[in-house]
Design a protein around this ligand. Structure first.
Ligand SMILES: [Fe+2]
Ligand SMILES: [Fe+2]
Length: 193
């Protein structure tokens, strides 16, 4: 699915199902981080790659809107937003990408790592849409799953428009690393754990 080489361990959904509140807090922070990451790409690369400014600013706005929606679900369940945790998956993936970057431009890796994070989120939201017992939450994750598929296409498309065949080749390589990172992490009630 969307260039992912390994499916999520089905036991992940079980870990999430027993701590939906924990998942929602982690998810809320993932949306904020997605918005921040899009804006940081704009800040760092907007000068050399002005074609990124419009779509990634719009993406940051959409991710912020997702954050607000997740926050509404948290409040509706009588909870409050917890503190952000370190997203080990994202950290390991960024590190794995830059470990041997060679000639791969930093911008290419930023776009492709973002694409893979969107792809993995899409895959996991699909599992949540199919398996969560709360029908409202299941519907919510179904809608978000489609947004994440769109975001994967956006990042992969921006990378390809700028870097051509090198982007496709690098995506294949980074997907192998993503698969091993996704499998080394313990299963927990987090979007990427
Ligand atoms: Fe989002
Ligand atoms: Fe997204």
């Amino acid at each position: 699915m969307l260039h992912l080489l390994e499916p999520t361990d089905p036991r992940w959904v079980e870990a999430v199902a027993v701590d939906t509140d924990g998942l929602l807090t982690d998810h809320a922070h993932c949306e904020l981080k997605a918005a921040q990451s899009a804006l940081s790409i704009v800040a760092r690369f907007g000068g050399e790659a002005p074609e990124l400014v419009e779509p990634l600013s719009a993406l940051a706005r959409e991710e912020t809107q997702h954050f607000r929606q997740v926050h509404e679900h948290i409040e509706a369940r009588g909870g409050a937003l917890g503190k952000p945790a370190v997203d080990e998956y994202v950290q390991l993936l960024r590190k794995a990408a830059r470990a041997d970057h060679g000639d791969a431009p930093a911008l290419l890796d930023r776009l492709l790592v973002s694409a893979l994070i969107e792809a993995r989120s899409c895959e996991r939201f699909k599992l949540l849409a199919e398996r969560l017992p709360d029908p409202k939450l299941a519907d919510f994750y179904r809608a978000l799953m489609m947004a994440e598929a769109r975001h994967f296409t956006l990042f992969a498309g921006l990378a390809e428009a700028r870097f051509g065949a090198a982007a496709r080749e690098r995506l294949r390589l980074l997907a192998t690393r993503e698969a091993s990172v996704a499998h080394t992490l313990p299963l927990g009630p987090t979007v990427h754990g």
